[in-house]
Write a protein of this length. Structure first.
Length: 267
């Protein structure tokens, strides 16, 4: 649970692991006779470390090259407590709003415990969570995509996008689709999100020519931050992840992570 809390606070697997490690180091140096609940102590410590880390992280993301996406977490089974769109919505919250929302709405902690963790009174914690809910409401999935259907659509999208089957792609994409690609300035991507059916189709027409020439190998299909998607091995020898947000049977958004720094944990 500690890694899950830290990752959802920070959007980085590496940073989450560092926060949990630091928390255990502090635990080792604590007089344990004075700690009634070790689990609560560790949760408080991890959350406070994440709040401090967010101050630095937020400044770094202001100067990030191109669109920023969280480090992808790939799982065989669907975990939809915090999907990728919701992770992006959390970026718009203050650190305290983010903590109150995650600890209460996602991890089920009582506001009394949250108040002790973030060192605010209970009423303030309730208000922080309420404000956070209002900000992220639209990022919640309106309806669930059946697991197998989602994986089938991911496989079909991979096949069509790599082979250049534009007719098949047109049938899959929503009218207001958005393509968000994170290369972090280290691998080629669009520097801004590509929005709209026609623009995304043009992008895939160009990409299909590259894929046909250089190749793109499917590594595995699964769920990426709660969305159906896949990992591929590209011609430059690097992997990338593609996650698909599906609404009404159509792909409403495509999220591609190409930044190698964000993919190390997947090797």
């Amino acid at each position: 649970m500690l890694i899950r809390v830290a990752y959802r606070m920070l959007g980085s697997v590496a940073d989450a692991e560092d926060m949990v490690q630091d928390a255990f180091i502090r635990w080792m140096g604590t007089d344990r006779a004075k700690v009634r609940e070790p689990g609560a102590f560790l949760r408080r410590t991890v959350t406070r470390l994440c709040l401090d880390k967010l101050k630095t992280v937020r400044r770094q993301r202001e100067t990030y090259i191109g669109p920023w996406l969280p480090e992808p977490v790939v799982e065989a089974e669907e975990k939809d407590d915090v999907t990728l769109p919701l992770m992006l919505a959390l970026e718009r919250l203050s650190p305290l709003e983010r903590a109150a929302f995650l600890l209460h709405d996602v991890f089920g902690q009582r506001f009394e415990e949250i108040a002790e963790t973030i060192q605010r009174d209970t009423a303030t914690c309730r208000q922080l969570a309420r404000r956070a809910r209002a900000h992220v409401r639209d990022a919640r999935p309106r309806f669930q995509v059946e697991k197998q259907r989602g994986l089938e659509l991911a496989e079909a999208f991979f096949a069509a996008s790599r082979s250049g089957d534009m007719k098949a792609l047109r049938a899959m994409l929503a009218a207001d689709i958005g393509l968000h690609a994170d290369g972090g300035g280290k691998r080629p991507t669009a520097m801004e999100p590509i929005i709209g059916f026609d623009a995304v189709m043009r992008a895939h027409e160009s990409l299909a020519a590259v894929f046909r020439k250089n190749g793109s190998k499917l590594v595995r299909v699964g769920f990426i931050n709660g969305l159906p998607g896949f990992i591929t091995l590209e011609a430059d020898g690097e992997i990338q992840t593609t996650a698909l947000e599906i609404e009404g049977g159509k792909i409403a958004a495509i999220y591609v992570v190409r930044n190698p720094d964000k993919l190390r944990h997947l090797h």
